[in-house]
Design a protein around this ligand. Structure first.
Ligand code: NAP
Length: 291
């Protein structure tokens, strides 16, 4: 596996450390990023960076996508570059919709390539530690073939079934990320406005059935209203909430909770929180008072 050339697309917040990790583990990896300058640090490590996606697709055997969304994948890998996928494998790790992954697979297969979706749960620290949770969807044989590579990125790699199943699972999990963060923000705001001791509140919460570890992960950021250096920026949460609403709509699942979360996310974006950590939802729920 390590001798096969990997073309890694999208060296953003997640892609950069993923590419670095694979390189350090001895993989034969080269990268492409729309903003070429952002690959400078990887180049210093000795990783070749391409400014032309077609060139890297042509040279690589396995193409990994950690691009932002379906649109970025379409513009970079598909369109006129789709024909270059003959004999290649696309390992699609970005978070996109169920139908989007099915459409990407169709295009890749029509052009003679193979496809596996592999969205991830976890963020930059988990990439660095190699402890992502990775869900795959597609052909079981391809999952087995790529598992050694995925095992080097994650501590748990699970096969969900046919294409779209992993995307559905990932979006279901992200629905919880969004809703739990909004719900916790509301309760934290309430206890603070009433002058309740936050330590006491957290102690009760931690010892109850209502607790989720994400609350403690985001507590300090919320208390300090410090959302700099995001692991997952708020703008991507809007992308995911829209994907979730699309899926719930098609599945006939009522979505008032997600609709409300979307309103909160949109208010956060209007407050200029796009590039801040998604826990800045707190500021859109418990709005800071003007001094
Ligand atoms: P990010 O930092 O915003 O990086 C996005 C990447 O996509 C960058 O390489 C960006 O290139 C590229 N891109 C965006 N629009 C493009 C376009 N139209 N054409 C070509 N390239 C384009 O995002 P990220 O946090 O790494 O997330 C990447 C994917 O992983 C997303 O699908 C996200 O939902 C998913 N994910 C993220 C996390 C997390 O904690 N961050 C966790 C799990 C899953 P430029 O550098 O040129 O802008």
């Amino acid at each position: 596996m390590k001798e096969k050339k990997i073309g890694f697309f999208g060296t953003g917040l997640m892609g950069y450390p993923m590419a670095e990790r694979l390189f350090r583990l001895g993989y034969n990896i080269e990268v492409y990023n729309r903003t070429y300058e952002k690959t400078g640090g990887l180049q210093k490590l000795g990783i070749k960076a391409h400014s032309n996606p077609a060139e890297l697709i042509s040279e690589a055997e396995i193409i990994i996508s950690m691009l932002a969304d379906f649109n970025a994948i379409r513009q970079t890998l598909l369109n006129e570059n789709a024909k270059l996928f003959n004999g290649k494998t696309l390992l699609q790790m970005s978070t996109v919709g169920v139908k989007e992954n099915i459409e990407i697979e169709k295009t890749v297969r029509e052009n003679g390539g193979r496809f596996l979706e592999a969205p991830v749960l976890g963020s930059i620290p988990q990439v660095k530690e190699g402890t992502l949770i990775i869900m795959t969807g597609g052909e079981k044989e391809l999952h087995e073939e790529l598992k050694p590579l995925l095992d080097d990125l994650g501590e748990k790699v699970v096969y969900a079934g046919g294409t779209g199943k992993a995307a559905a699972m990932k979006l279901s999990l992200n629905q919880l990320i969004a809703s739990l963060t909004a719900a916790f923000s509301t309760s934290l705001g309430l206890v603070r406005e009433h002058g309740v001791d936050v330590d006491l509140f957290m102690d009760i919460l931690r010892n109850s059935a209502l607790y989720a570890p994400t609350f403690d992960k985001k507590l300090n950021r919320m208390l300090e209203r410090n959302f700099e250096n995001p692991n997952f920026p708020l703008k991507h949460l809007l992308k995911d909430v829209n994907l979730i609403l699309n899926e719930t709509g098609q599945a006939g699942i009522k979505s008032e909770v997600v609709q409300s979360v979307k309103e909160i996310v949109q208010r956060g974006l209007a407050m200029g929180l796009d590039e801040e950590d998604y826990s800045s939802l707190y500021n859109a729920v418990h709005i800071p008072k003007k001094i």
